[in-house]
Design a binder for this molecule. Sequence first.
Ligand code: RB5
Length: 145
Amino acid sequence: MAFKSIAIGSDHAGYDLKAKLVEELRSSGYEVLDCGTGDATNSVDYPDFGKAVAEAVTSGKVDGGVVVCGTGIGISIAANRHPGIRAALCHDITTARLCREHNDANVLALGARLVGEVVAKDCLDAFLTTEFAGDRHVRRVEKLG
Ligand code: RB5
């Protein structure tokens, strides 16, 4: 398995989906570091939570991360500003599988206002259980570094 521990963070728009994903991760046996935010009512800034998750991953505290905002765009941009982070914004199982196989993505980004709970959980499962395919993709991923 690629990941055993996961940091997860969202802004207010992603809070409800984050809470469901935290529950899902814990019940599947993953160690979860919840980086906030703590509720859906107070408006907060997605870069703060993208940064918290990115730092948890790059410091080695956790194996991978999940970030959620309204569209997934802002928080994925925020996470990707950190060297060593490959955050992939996914909308379906296929993108979630391929971001692992081809890009060795270490952070899954989701848009809570765009994907429903079932699709989000499918993406999470594909992200967590798919291994990097290696081979020709190693050279390409190294060039991202
Ligand atoms: C918050 O309203 C919204 O802008 C944010 O969650 C996200 O979609 C930004 O990319």
